[in-house]
Design a protein around this ligand. Sequence first.
Ligand code: HEC
Ligand code: HEC
Ligand code: HEC
Ligand code: HEC
Length: 425
Amino acid sequence: MNRSKITPIVLSVIIVILAAAVVLLLIFMKNQPIETRGVPALIEIAAMEPDSEKWGVNFPNQYSTLLKTETNNTGTVYGGSDPVQKLEVDPRLVTLFAGYAFSKDYKEDRGHMNSVTDVRATLRINDKTPGTCYSCKSASNPSLWAEMGMAAYDKTPFNELGARIEEPIGCANCHEAGTMRLIVTNPALEEALEAQGKDWTTFTRQEMRSVVCANCHVEYYFKGDGKYLTFPWAGGTSIEAIENYYNEYDFADWTHPDSGAEMIKMQHPDYEMFTAGSTHFNAGVACADCHMPYTRDGSVKFSTHDVHSPLTNPAQACGACHTDVDYVVGRVSAIQGQVAATMYAAEDAILDAIEAIKVAAADGKANAKLIEEARALHRSAQLRWDFIAAENSMGFHNPEEALRILASATDLARQAQLKAVQALP
Ligand code: HEC
Ligand code: HEC
Ligand code: HEC
Ligand code: HEC
């Protein structure tokens, strides 16, 4: 036979056999039990479902890594998950926060799954504590805010609201069920962004990878008798804008018993510091890049939800962008060491100011106007120092800004001290 006639026949036969093989393979794959293909059964998740375990049926990797935040207990030099008592590490804090609950109990934070246990255990809670304190602690919140409204939620006493707070931080704090997109869930964040003319629904995915953290990792206060959760951002998020905001509103958390100054406690402004022009923020890096790096489980790649100090897994947390991980980790300790030293110097200056004002105020003949000026300077100095002390990265999130603010805190404290001395006859 002619070879040119055989070839097409042989080819057709081969093609038919190959096609049949592909069909059989597809049928075989389709009939495999679902688990062995690694695709979990999907269940429908109710809107704002508080129970992360239910979401976990669809997203087992994200759920199992979130669970790990409960048992992390590794401490780092300035952070980590070991709940050390900061008042023992740095006894100056007892005088700085005299007259306020933070002078009784101030522990290093832990992982997200401990949020409810830890807030209930703190000695800062008493009968008068408002429900507002649960705002950053629970996946039960989004559905409660939808049901009660945030004003009614905030007015409910802490101990009473507690009966309805069942879940620690979970999926419903950051994701929309169904679409799984990242969303703003805290009404106070939505209102604070609106006050700045910003609409989060227009934000990019990369912006949302930081903004979801701003649901909680921000400076805030309880406004008015209703203790309404408010972020002081209307004039901007720099420390100067925040101070102006509080001064206009004439706000104070407590009166310092030694100096008599009207004080403000700052709360973990991680988002404000990071976004104040830090190198990483300017380069388009987000919180989730360092705190929720991609990890692998076999062939599956996902964002780890085991959020903690990046210093305990720098190869993952920094290695995606930096080739020399040892070098950048060394930079973190150099930066943190410098910020800590500058921070302690600011504390010493504030303690000197407190002492000088106390002495002047105890002297019946001192100049009252100068004492008032010294008190205002004490307030100004301490809220700046606290902005950096309460921020969680010991300056790493934004080293230049941290050093700038601390220098100004020390300067204001020395001015306060000088005024108090001048006030004496
Ligand atoms: C470039 C990497 C990077 C980015 C981006 C980043 N962080 Fe951090 N973060 C760190 C490092 C490093 C530390 C210091 C950890 C330590 O001292 O153990 C830290 C510390 C923290 C801590 C305290 C951790 C602990 O163990 O106590 C919190 C909370 C935190 N960051 C939240 C945020 C938030 C919120 C954002 C975004 C607004 C953010 N971080 C952006 C690297 C980063
Ligand atoms: C503290 C906020 C936060 C919580 C709580 C949270 N997530 Fe996420 N999740 C994120 C961020 C940030 C990303 C990254 C999103 C991106 O890159 O677009 C993410 C990504 C995801 C993704 C996309 C795939 C991936 O891994 O990148 C899924 C699915 C997901 N999360 C499921 C869950 C589930 C299920 C829970 C509860 C068990 C949960 N998340 C809790 C913030 C959170
Ligand atoms: C619903 C509020 C909420 C959201 C949203 C949230 N956090 Fe937290 N975060 C907390 C609270 C509260 C703690 C302290 C829990 C404790 O100490 O029990 C915490 C602790 C942490 C810690 C310290 C963990 C440790 O082991 O020391 C890091 C780091 C952190 N958060 C980063 C982030 C990042 C990054 C995001 C955004 C992807 C984020 N958080 C979103 C409330 C929140
Ligand atoms: C998503 C990418 C990304 C991740 C993750 C990341 N970085 Fe960076 N980092 C950058 C970029 C981009 C720059 C700016 C580079 C430049 O301008 O030269 C930078 C700069 C730095 C610098 C120099 C800052 C300065 O002001 O000169 C240090 C230090 C640093 N990173 C440390 C870290 C550490 C530590 C981690 C992990 C905890 C980390 N980075 C994670 C992208 C990243």
